[in-house]
Design a protein around this ligand. Sequence first.
Ligand code: C5P
Length: 292
Amino acid sequence: MQKLEKKSPCKVNLLLNILGKRADGFHELETIFQPVNFCDEISFERGGNGIQLSCSDKSLPTDSRNLIYRAAEKFLAAANISDGIKIHLDKKIPMAAGLGGGSGNAATTLLALNELFDKPLSEEKLHELAASLGSDINFFLQNKPALATGRGEKIQPLENFPALVGKAIFLIHPGFGISTPWAYQNLARFPEALNGKKNRAEKLISKLNGTDLKAAAKEFYNSLEAPAFEKFPILKIYQEFLLANGATATLMSGSGSTTFAICENVSAGNSLAEKFKSQFGQNCWTAVVPIS
Ligand code: C5P
């Protein structure tokens, strides 16, 4: 195969429960990832010399600061391949958004290159490379909802949640990003959020496996809302508005800054999006995505 085009989806966290700081500086956590079918597009082509990365968004670096570049570098080294590769990223997912766009791009790169070069690496090896690149990347090597533990890299795939069947996700990116290291560092000032109660994930998964989304919504929780809401109280105001105007559940995703609402269906999501924009103006990036 010479050329391959791939969609690179994003995610939201229905739960991000931090269980304390570890000796290696990372935080132990339990999180529930929900895939979201809003995608970047990446094309891969064999040829040229070395890794040549280009991107539709000129503000993104295209050297080893870019996770796609690092993923390609690690893949080629592990597979002992010296061929050149050209990669183009059409960026649609907002950045520093808590949606895992960059992590998803890295995982898509590992999967695509393995396909392009006729599967030189095992699934296990791809997971090893993913974990060495970042904490959220393993999740994107598969396409189901998942429970993740450890620092986020230990993945247990789950079946689609019955409580979310037919529902839609309304995503709101407020126009500013939140850096993940900043969010984790500032969590230190919120001891209760830093040392979350264990087994929130088990409880939420059991509710999501029922059909009562309102009951499940009560268990949505994100430890990183504590530092994020303190610095950016507008995020809390968005959530209050969303709940008062028909959202069944809301939460900040990952380390933010995206906040999302779960709506009964796409048309309820679209009408909530209209209300939101007439209240807060057009400056936020928004999308309504059906849950498949
Ligand atoms: O692994 P990743 O590159 O996504 O992490 C970015 C940063 O977020 C880390 O350098 C660390 O500061 C913080 N982090 C953490 N605990 C985790 C995941 C990330 O402290 N479980």
